[in-house]
Every structure is written in structure tokens, then in C-alpha cells.
Design a protein around this ligand. Sequence first.
Ligand SMILES: [Zn+2]
Length: 490
Amino acid sequence: MLKRPVAATVALTTLAAVGLAVPSSAAPPPGTAGAIGVGDTIWPELGNGGYDVVDQGLDLRFPKGLASYTATTTLTARATQNLSSFDLDLLGPKVTGVQVNGVPAAWKSTPQGELVITPTKAVHKHLRFVVRVDVRNDLPEASEKSVFPPGLTRHDGWVQTINQPSGARRILAVSDHPVQKAPATISVTAPSNLNSIANGKLIGVRKAGTATTRVFREQRMIATELLQIGVGPFTVLHAKGPHGMDLRYAVPTAQRAAIEPQLKSFDTSIRFLEKRLGRFPGNVAGSFVTPMGGELETQGLTLMTADAMTKEGFENNGTDGVVLHEVSHEWFGNSVSPRRWADLWLNEGHAVFYQNQWVAEKYHSPLAESMRHVYEEAGNDLLVNGPIAQPDPSTWKGDSAPLRPYSSAAYQGGALTLYALQQTVGARTFEAIERAWVQRYANSTAGTEDFIALAAKVAHQDLGPLLRSWLYGKTLPAMPGHPDWKPGPA
Ligand SMILES: [Zn+2]
């Protein structure tokens, strides 16, 4: 995402709820409970232990007025242990039914966002199982266009999704961590006078009464933080991009003429990045342009703000660089997802690095100039929230809690780290490292130590001391190749 101030406060569900479908005489099934999370160092409760997600079925239904919705999650999973019970992540929506392999199951939801499911029969290790969770929820009108709530937002007849990092669990039951990403079929039912869209290719349209259902299939692995579910008065435009790939743009019908000329920046960005990184990781790209917007790399369907996509917005806001930033996330973050949220610099550092490179080429100025500026002006202030790859939760306070790791360390510090690497190994070897990274871990997850190991292997030199001093240090190291640069602030 593009960094922006946080205005939203986050309401927490305070009451636990329970559902019972198991006769009290039934013996507890053999096995042990799955862990509440996947061991993320920042958010231990995100994702879930005891199973891998194989496929995600997400079905959302919005009535006229869009003031509420019902949703059904159908996860296909494979058990990694004998499970007496297991969790999904859910925070807020009201549960109306839970089934495991078609049989009603007992459930309990906790204020921390765990939906604990106890099937009537234990789930055996290595076996696939299907869990279905039905929920309903209110969708109140957002008070301002500028709010940044995680999950679904409704404003002025539009619905859009900003999940990063853990808003999906506020919409419907999911396993809400990138390491549990999986292909998804997303079905959106909305009033027929509005359009609807989601990640992936449109594979079916069905009209019933006054509602229309559109079904989308994302064949690539998709993390729940990258879901986009949109409803509104928009028009979908299609184009062909590099090597015939599909480009798809959902733009406000009322602003189509003002926005359409700037959409080619997606094609331009893909070409710029393919030259440096290799082929785009997928076969559909594009944008969901909305009045609320928010600039977020929702997979294959980047969320953009309508006003920033007009000619005037492009000229005043440097939107072409923002598009480049978001499109680069298709490689860094979407295809290669962070193994833990402390690895966020691998997403944002790369996105800032390529955005800076784009701007440098556009204005015929050396990349070193923007890097020197950050290094000398912001300098060690970048690290107030902890080292680049080791954010310090004790420094995070107030309403920004959901966006804690999105610090300058990850963005600017991550870009400086990549520049230091490029200065050390040279431009050609650096490009080889980058290409190897997005190929080796395509459609997968990887972490900081994986990057250090791969860089060393490609460069045939031990880059551990250099990269670790940047990524885990409490002050910025000297910049290789620029002994005259002094880390600020003075
Ligand atoms: Zn970003």
C-alpha cells in the first residue's frame, strides 16, 4: 500500500458467542486443538495452526441499499495434525452456521478474533476437509471518504475492500495470514442496478430477480489481505497488455472519460517492471478505481482513488509513480508474500525502490540523489519504530495499531537496504538477485533470511554481515560507495 495517515479507530468485539451442535453425551474426538495462529511475531493470533488452506470459496451477498450483507466461507483444507478442534479468524460478524464436511459443528467465538470449531468427528492428519461458515453483518455508511477502516467500507453507494494487514477476518471467516494463501473463488451478489467485481477472472454471471451474482476465479494463490470485493456504479473496461495479458479496469461510470486516458499507466508500469524482473506473475492485471480509493495492491485489481486518476490528479499527485509502486507489489508482496509481518520491508522496500527508479528515469536524475536525500534527511529517524526487519511493538501506540509495521523503516529503510546491496554487488548482479527472488519464491511466501541466503548464492559472496547490519541494526550503517554520506538527522 501507499503509506498514508490513519484516521480510523477500531472497535473490538467485546462479547464472546457460542453455538452448539454436538450432543452433550458425545465423547470428545481424539486429536489435539490446532494452534490459534501461525506464529507471526507481531500478531500471533493471525492465521491458524493444524492445517493448510487448499482452496477458498468466498460468497458475499449484498441486499438493496448495501447496509448489511451475508457471507459464506467454504474452505478446503488439509490437516497437518489430528485435530480435535481448529480455528478460523473472525472478528465482528455474527455466525449463523458452521459445518465440517457437511455436518453441523460446535463453535465458539472469542473477543480476540478466534472462531473455535469442534467437529463431531476428529479430522485426521493429512486428510482434506471442508469447513463452511455462514455469517451476517451490518455495513454502516462510512462517515468520511478519508477513513481507513480495515475490511469492507461502504460510502455513497459504493463498497470497497482494504484488508491489509488483517481486515478480512472483519468481513467473513478466513485464515487471515499470508502464509495460508490459496486460490479463491469469489462470488458477489448485488442489486442489478450496480456492478460488482473481485480478484480473478469473471467466470459466471447469474441474474435472479433484482440481484445479479458474478463469480470470479483467482487461480493464483491469494492472501486474504489482498482480497478486493467491490460494488458500485462502475463500468469495466478491457484491454490487452504485454504478451496479450488481460488488463481490466473498473472505473466510476460518471468519471470514465476523465480517467480512461491515464489507465495506460498500468500497461507502462508492467512493461517497465518486466524489463527488470521478468514476466508479470499472473495473467490478469488492472485496477478498481473508486471515489474512496486508498491505493492498495489488491491482487490483480489495484485499488486507486478516482480523483488521483484524472489528468489533473496525475499531474498534481505524481500518480504514475504511485501506480508503478502498486504494480510492483504484484511481484513483491502478492506473488512473493511475506512469511511474517516483520518481513514487510520485502514488500514496501522493493515497491519504494522501483518507484524511485521510475521517478529517477522520468526526470533524468540519478537514483543516488533520492537515496542520499532519504539517508541524510530522515536517516536514523527512520528507525524509531525498530530495525527495518524487526519492528518493535513497544513503540506502537494509539489508533494506528492495525497498521503498526507500516513504518518508514519498512518503506524508506527497506529501499535504502536494497540500494546498499546494489552498491555492493553492482547493478547487473543486483538485477540477477531480484530476478532470482521473484522466480524462486513466485506464488509462495518467503522471509528476510531467505532473501539474505538467495542474494549470497546469486552474488557468490557472503552478504550476511552487510544485509544484517542494515536489517537488524538500531542505526543506519555507512552507505557502500558513498563514504561522504552522513546519516541524519544532524
Ligand atoms: Zn506499498
